[in-house]
Design a protein around this ligand. Structure first.
Ligand code: PHE
Length: 470
């Protein structure tokens, strides 16, 4: 059956949407703080190797599976064999897990737009640091901002994702890019910035262990929106005229570019102000405002633009997460778009409340020994995305027909993909064992062993009952 699928209006529309999904809090919030916690440039190097050796290939695979089947995550993998339905279901679950914490951080970005007006940049560095801690451990305020951020997602996805958000992203994504360049220049020219530049570019492998590799792999998948079907879903809307490898390369390049820029914007300043690199999740919300506070009157203008564009970057990512769940309910369960989005939204709001409170009033969960924030974070990017990416590679390399893939990736032989054989070899022989090895060594080193085992158990159960899922 020929499935008629709406597709992106223009080439630019697709790249923008896919890059919009990829570039988000993962690049500007998560990448810098992971780099800080994992010792700097050695982590960055490992991350870059994973991005280009594993991530890029998996992205090509996801676009190909999506466009070839014309279906979103679950339907696409199932169309190859129902043995693999569970991989799509893992993707839907990953979307839920990530949306359990993403809107909380998105809400922080929204709140900081208003903090920018309220004199944030006139405070001392210590006061800026303290204000952030007080804010996120509070009760009502972060929850309200989370709900506003989630509400924006719900409105956009309920309408279908081609509307106003494309317009907003078209303007604000380039703005964010330019702004990061500005901040980077300010940051590296601060007195004492040299130590930060060293931290970013002089690799020190003495602290590297299995946990570092696992964190870098999880970040590569998270940042590129891979391993859970978002790019399969977006690929299913991709026009047959477009060349997949080229689009994948552009999206990956933009994503890495923004992450590195975010690092350059933050670390030199951080060292110049004598702060610790292992700041954790507060990094961007503390260091960037401190940089702005050194800019006099300009600080407030930069601050407002920065947090507006951060919120929009987050929004173009989170709508792709919500879309994975919605398109699953629409395609596989015949649910109406609005019903799908509203019911999913209510569940996500509930998770967001738990996550937000886990930073303040809640105690860690028994047995697992982490709060909801860490639980959702570790389960998604250290377990589900990596294994999801591994299974997607297995389906592409071992189940899908190689010649069909060749046709798909060369548009029936009308365009070149000279690296097709190399790509197929990587997907079939290298990526599955590589991900498995990183996962095993990661589990041995990570502190949150209980969470990892819990995640693996969920995957095992889903895999066993794969044929019963749909
Ligand atoms: N890539 C997004 C970011 O970096 C997060 C994301 C992950 C979006 C997985 C969709 C799917 O912020």
């Amino acid at each position: 059956m020929e499935v008629k699928r709406e597709s992106w209006g223009t080439r630019f529309g697709f790249v923008l949407a896919a890059a919009g999904s990829a570039v988000g809090l993962g690049n500007i919030w998560r990448f810098p703080y992971l780099t800080g916690e994992n010792g700097g440039s050695a982590f960055i190097l490992i991350y870059l190797v994973f991005v280009f050796l594993i991530g890029l290939s998996v992205m090509i695979a996801e676009f190909a599976l999506g466009r070839n089947s014309g279906l979103s995550a679950v339907g696409a993998v199932k169309s190859y064999s129902d043995r693999w339905t569970f991989v799509g279901v893992m993707g839907v679950l990953s979307a839920f897990l990530i949306m359990g914490f993403y809107p909380v951080v998105g809400g922080w970005a929204l709140a900081y737009i208003f903090e920018s007006f309220a004199g944030l940049y006139t405070r001392t560095p210590e006061a800026i640091d303290q204000a952030f801690g007080t804010f996120i451990t509070g009760t009502a305020r972060p929850i309200i901002w989370m709900l506003i951020f989630l509400g924006m997602n719900i409105i956009i996805v309920a309408k279908g994702i081609k509307g106003g958000i494309e317009q907003a992203a078209r303007v604000l994504m380039p703005t964010l890019f330019i702004l990061l360049i500005f901040i980077s220049i300010r940051s590296v020219t601060l007195e004492g910035a040299g130590a930060g530049v060293d931290f970013l570019f002089r690799p020190d492998f003495s602290e590297v262990n299995g946990g570092t590799f696992l964190a870098a792999l999880g970040q590569a998948f998270f940042s590129l929106s891979l391993g859970m079907g978002a790019m399969i879903t977006y690929g299913s809307y991709l026009s047959k005229k477009e060349t997949i490898p080229q689009n994948a390369l552009i999206v990956t390049g933009l994503d890495v570019g923004v992450a590195l820029l975010a690092g350059i914007a933050m670390f030199p300043a951080l060292f110049a102000f004598g702060m610790e690199p292992a700041q954790g999740p507060g990094l961007v919300f503390v260091v960037i405002p401190i940089v702005f506070s050194q800019m006099g009157g300009l600080g407030i203008i930069f601050g407002i633009i920065f947090f507006v564009s951060l919120a929009v970057a987050a929004l173009t990512s989170s709508i792709s997460l919500l879309e994975v769940v919605a398109s699953y309910l629409i395609d596989q369960k015949n649910v109406k778009r609005k019903t799908a989005v509203y019911s999913t939204g209510v569940l996500m709001a509930f998770m967001g409340v738990l996550t937000s409170l886990s930073l303040g009033v809640f105690d860690p969960l028994p047995t697992l020994n982490v709060g909801f924030f860490d639980l959702f974070d570790i389960l998604s990017d250290k377990v589900f995305l990596g294994f999801g990416g591994m299974f997607i590679a297995v389906i592409t390399g071992w189940v899908a027909n190689k010649e069909v893939l060749r046709e798909e990736l060369t548009n029936e032989g009308t365009t070149d993909f000279v690296l097709f054989e190399a790509w197929h070899f990587l997907i079939k022989w290298i990526i599955p064992p590589a991900v498995a090895i990183v996962a095993v060594f990661g589990i041995l080193d990570i502190e949150e062993t209980a969470v990892m085992i819990f995640g693996l158990a969920i995957i095992a159960v889903l895999a066993i009952f794969s044929r019963k899922l749909d």
